[in-house]
Design a protein around this ligand. Structure first.
Ligand code: NAG
Ligand code: NAG
Ligand code: NAG
Ligand code: NAG
Length: 439
């Protein structure tokens, strides 16, 4: 049994690999493992590698009653944050309940705080809600996680009241006792639970006026020790490329003033196009929150990347709490956050990133990971033998578009589902065929 499963771990998830393995292993394994068991095993394997994340926008889109709530999740960018998280509960309110929130004419930033109080950092399915230990519990919300909430204002109390009712009360508003659980919209244990609650959770802290963060990249780059880098962006004209990427999301790694000063002799030696490439190498055309950088290692393309010849990529690697950027010439460490608010992230780094394309002389050759096909992160392939190369499941990272719904499996696996079905059908046919030949 054990040695029979072993080779599977090293396969890529293509139909082809399954075919070969099925044919070469069934003949020896048939005597001990029944065909249905094999089919079931493959089915589980394919499912586990393709259905891996949720899309709250798509989940709620099936329920017109929640269209306003859904709309605000999108425009506040909370939807992306929800999709990135695992083990989460979203408390949706219907359009009528949303209109009472909107009538308060709060700023979008404040609405974001209020709605983030409706996203729990834990999984509460219907059953768990009705079986709360000792009748009451307290849960941290995304409002608490963002650091916007003063003290413990980002906590919500869940009370299993008499008569099967479940009450939700914000920590800073104990008098709110009329918001109750209505129904479950979707349960995907233990990744995401979407429930309906009867009204908006009213937290004075969350509703307090908040200044919208300054998302003017020109201003941001002139803050916190980025001035020298900003000056180079201005004098070279590379600033234009950074600014034109703001709308679709951008991450800037800004070498501190000291790092730029040390690098100046080398910089002067570069031609004008090389200078531009070097500067663009410090920008990534997608938004990467600190959480995203911390939770995934891998290759990252930059604003300087132009196809296979000018890769201009580097590897993001976590080292404890530190996030390092490795270029094969130099390893820089993120030393601070200037802003981390979708769609803009600006971090300071302790060294200038030297691309191997410009500083070949000092290249230290290491194992070369596969080139990333497009902008954004890509998981580095597992190099060690026996490690699962989970490309299908991990390559798109937080942006994976797979969805899951208990009432609509075909739709739930919109992007990965096709392959699951094809793979499973092929495997059933092949296993059945091998079985016939053997018998
Ligand atoms: C939950 O997420 C994990 C990891 O992404 C995945 O393997 C699992 O299949 C998901 N669960 C469901 C019910 O989809
Ligand atoms: C950013 O702020 C500067 C002034 O500091 C202004 O000139 C520029 O137009 C602003 N850019 C955007 C996109 O608002
Ligand atoms: C500048 O380039 C020249 C010629 O390529 C090289 O000899 C010199 O070491 C370089 N200087 C610096 C500071 O890199
Ligand atoms: C989620 O679904 C919506 C609507 O179907 C789609 O526009 C959006 O791109 C999806 N998001 C991701 C990250 O796949």
């Amino acid at each position: 049994m054990k040695c029979w499963f072993a080779p599977l771990k090293q396969t890529t998830h293509s139909t082809h690999s399954y075919l070969i393995i099925t044919i070469t292993t069934t003949s020896s394994a048939m005597t001990t493992v029944s065909a249905p068991a094999i089919i079931f095993f493959f089915f589980l394997l394919s499912l586990s590698t393709t259905v891996n994340s949720h899309n709250i926008t798509r989940i709620l889109a099936k329920h017109p009653d929640f269209s306003t709530f859904n709309h605000y999740l999108t425009i506040t960018h909370l939807a992306n944050e929800i999709n990135r998280r695992q083990t989460i509960t979203v408390c949706a309110v219907d359009n009528a309940a949303m209109s009472s929130l909107i009538s308060k004419h709060l700023s979008l930033q404040t609405i974001k705080n209020v709605l983030s109080l409706h996203v729990f950092a834990d999984y509460f399915g219907s059953k768990k809600l009705h079986q709360v230990t000792k009748g009451s519990t307290s849960t941290a919300t995304m409002y608490q996680a963002t650091g916007e909430a003063p003290g413990t204002a980002g906590y919500v109390h869940i009370t299993d009241a008499k008569g099967g009712k479940v009450r939700f009360t914000p920590e800073d508003n104990p008098s709110q006792t009329d918001t109750v659980y209505v129904k479950s919209i979707l349960e995907m244990p233990y990744n995401i639970s979407v429930i309906q609650i009867s009204s908006i959770l009213q937290s004075p802290e969350a509703e307090a006026p908040t200044a919208a963060p300054d998302l003017n990249l020109t201003n941001l780059l002139q803050r916190d020790g980025c001035q020298s880098f900003y000056d180079l962006l201005m004098s070279s004209g590379a600033i234009g490329t950074f600014l034109s990427n703001v709308e679709s999301g951008v991450t800037v790694f800004c070498p501190g003033d000291d790092a730029i000063a040390k690098f100046t002799p080398k910089y002067k030696n570069l031609t004008a196009p090389e200078k531009t490439s070097l500067l663009l190498y410090h920008g990534v055309p997608v938004y990467n929150s600190m959480g995203m950088l911390r939770s995934s290692n891998g290759l990252m393309n930059t604003l300087a990347t132009e196809g296979a010849k000018k890769k201009y990529d580097f590897t993001v690697q976590n080292d404890g709490n530190d996030v390092t950027l490795k270029t094969k010439v130099v390893t820089a460490t993120i030393s601070g956050t200037v802003v981390d608010e979708e769609p803009i992230a600006v971090y300071t780094i302790d060294k200038v990133l030297l691309p191997k394309e410009l500083f070949k002389g000092t290249v230290v050759e290491a194992d070369e990971p596969a080139p990333a096909p497009k902008a954004g992160k890509k998981k580095k392939k597992a190099a060690k033998k026996g490690e699962t190369t989970d490309d299908d499941a991990e390559a798109p990272g937080p942006d994976s578009s797979n969805d899951y719904s208990d009432d609509d499996v075909a739709d739930s696996t919109a992007s990965g589902g096709g392959r699951v079905v094809v793979t499973t059908v092929v495997m059933v046919v092949v296993v059945g065929f091998s079985w016939l030949v053997l018998v």
